[in-house]
Design a protein around this ligand. Structure first.
Ligand SMILES: Cc1ncc(C[n+]2csc(CCOP(=O)(O)OP(=O)(O)O)c2C)c(N)n1
Ligand SMILES: [Mg+2]
Length: 559
């Protein structure tokens, strides 16, 4: 046993899980934890400008590293400001440990200064929310929180620590490795379930694999690629999960779902069997209806969590297991059963759809408008981004073109708001991503509205030397919402238009680099220069203010 101050105990418990950055804004409720960092430079407190930024950064870091990430903020508004970013971690299944210092224990349930029922507030956006009522229980509750965050379907957890549980308290604890309090290996599939899946898939004429975030969390993109190659299995990706498999696989058709590729949707409609690996078939992947997934399609669904197996579509076989173990077992099962590759005709369809997508996107290089259309911006971006680039997309219309217009060949390189759809996401996520993988180029793609929601973190980026690049496509509007008013409300615009500063100049005022690009032929060069400039950078590109796609909606109209 080792005797540690309560503040140091918190730091050591996080360090044992490889936490090297803690995001937040200093507050008097948790100074014992900060004080432990004064002499311990192995963990950096990333002192941000708004707690929402801290939560998004932690989420970005966790998504890219796969390891837990931490936020540490003060009571009341410090914690309420975290909520949106923790919700982003919740939809992405990111193991973010959000910690708030609270009022003294004796002030709870008195409407005291900055006292709110944060455990209740965080419950819907976390896997577990708890208060730690005594210093003795700090190790136990942290381990419970970390076990919860890192086991099964991962996800954020919240801990409320009253200030007097930290102040001048001593904790006697074992510096125990994670393997002593949580499983380090994910569960394998049942052999019977694999056998059933093999018999469903081998009898299909047109089987298609749909891979989602579960594949990424399991580190199983390579296994998915091998299964696809060995058995001629065409592949598509779930909404916002384009990086779940290498997009240069010859049978990868494209991303399914909202703002996804029509070719992936066509492949999905043609499939008579769907092997769904690590996807909930959530709202923006499936819309829960038959626009992509046809009635009668036989579905084999693999998920680490039984909650979503057969939830939105009836399944032929449900397999509760880690995506990697399940893919390996399926491949072995296919081989043992002597399953032959899919027909030339079906593979031919997939190759044709893949080529059609590429030709469609290449043709967008011919869009010669001024201001530029976002589609043209992506056409210029594609060849300029090195394959290891991490891209974070914000919500909004201009970023949304990116769901179908970027290529990913490396896992954990595409960060999207998923079904949260929160604005202000991409820039702080990119900062977290850059901290997780400092050697990789990192690009956030924003509209003007979303960027200004967390623009204050430019100061954090400059101070901490986090050199991510942000591209802002400026149409001086809340474009994605304006699109609804354009297409469904006869252009009766209310609350849709914005005014903006020049974002390149704003960046320079913060001490970052700023670039302003109007012409298509400058986009690639400027992006390359910004990625190499050795500072955080912002590129503003004015875009066509009338370029709004018809929104895809569940209720009103089908895209
Ligand atoms: C936090 C938050 N507030 C509001 C919305 C609703 N919303 C979605 S997209 C959008 C407009 C985005 O504007 P901008 O960032 O400029 O991108 P654009 O659509 O113009 O390309 C709004 C208001 C949201 N998704 N998230
Ligand atoms: Mg806009």
């Amino acid at each position: 046993m080792t005797e540690l101050s309560a503040g140091r105990a918190v730091v050591e418990l996080l360090k044992l899980e490889q936490v090297r950055h803690i995001f937040g804004i200093v507050g008097s409720t948790f100074l014992d934890v900060l004080d432990a960092l004064y002499d311990d430079k192995s963990v950096e407190y990333v002192n941000v400008r708004h707690e929402q930024g801290a939560a998004f950064m932690a989420d970005g870091l966790a998504r890219v590293s796969g390891a837990p990430a931490a936020c540490l903020v003060t009571a009341g508004p410090g914690a309420t400001n975290l909520v949106t970013g923790i919700a982003a971690a919740h939809v992405a299944h990111s193991p973010v440990v959000a910690i708030a210092g609270g009022p003294p224990l004796g002030h709870y349930d008195k409407d005291a200064f900055q006292e709110y029922d944060l455990v209740a507030l965080f419950a819907p956006v976390t896997k577990l929310a708890l208060r730690i009522d005594s210093p003795k229980r700090i190790p136990e509750i942290f381990r419970l929180a970390l076990r919860t965050a890192m086991t099964g379907r991962k996800g954020p957890v919240f801990l409320d620590i009253p200030r007097d549980v930290l102040n001048d308290q001593v904790v006697d604890m074992e510096l125990a490795e994670p393997g002593t309090y949580r499983p380090l290996h994910a569960p394998p599939p049942s052999p019977e379930a694999i056998e059933e899946a093999v018999s469903v898939l081998r009898t299909a004429q047109r089987p298609l694999m749909l891979v989602g975030g579960g594949v990424t969390w399991a580190g199983a993109g390579g296994l998915a690629s091998r299964l696809s190659a060995d058995f001629g299995l065409p592949t598509i990706t779930a909404y916002g999960r384009n990086d779940a498999i290498a997009n240069d696989d010859p049978l990868y058709v494209g991303p399914l779902g909202r703002a996804g590729s029509p070719e992936a949707a066509a492949a999905c409609r043609r499939a008579d069997a769907l092997l769904v690996v690590g996807s909930r078939l959530g709202n923006f992947t499936s819309f829960y209806d038959d626009r992509y997934i046809q009635a009668g399609t036989r579905i084999v669904q693999i998920d680490i969590d039984a909650r979503d197996l057969g939830r939105h579509y009836p399944v032929a076989v449900a397999i509760q297991a880690d995506a990697g173990h399940a893919l390996a077992a399926l491949r072995e099962g296919f081989r043992r059963a002597g399953v032959k590759p899919t027909s030339d005709a079906w593979r031919g369809e997939a190759v044709e759809l893949r080529a059609k997508r590429r030709a469609r996107l290449d043709a967008e290089r011919g869009l010669a408008t001024l201001p530029l259309k976002p589609q043209r911006v992506y056409a210029e971006l594609r060849p300029a981004l090195p394959p290891e680039t991490i891209v974070a997309l914000d919500a909004g219309a201009a970023p949304a073109y990116g769901y179908d217009r970027l290529n990913f060949t490396h896992p954990r390189t595409f960060l999207t708001p998923l079904d949260l759809g929160g604005l202000g996401f991409a820039f702080p996520e990119a900062l977290g991503a850059k901290l997780a993988r400092p050697g990789a180029p990192v690009l956030a793609i924003h509209g003007d509205g979303g960027f200004l929601m967390n623009v204050q973190e430019l100061e954090t980026a400059v101070r901490h030397g986090i050199n991510a690049v942000t591209l802002v496509m400026n149409n001086n509007a809340w474009g994605s919402e304006k699109a609804y008013q354009k297409h469904f409300y006869n252009e009766r615009y209310v609350g849709a238009d914005l005014g903006n500063p020049r974002f390149d100049r704003l960046a320079e005022l913060f001490g970052a680099r700023g670039y302003y690009v109007e012409h298509a032929d400058q986009v690639g060069d400027v992006v390359r220069a910004a990625l190499a400039c050795g500072r955080p950078a912002v590129i503003e590109i004015p875009i066509d203010p009338n370029e709004f796609p018809v929104p895809a909606t569940s209720a009103r109209r089908r895209a």
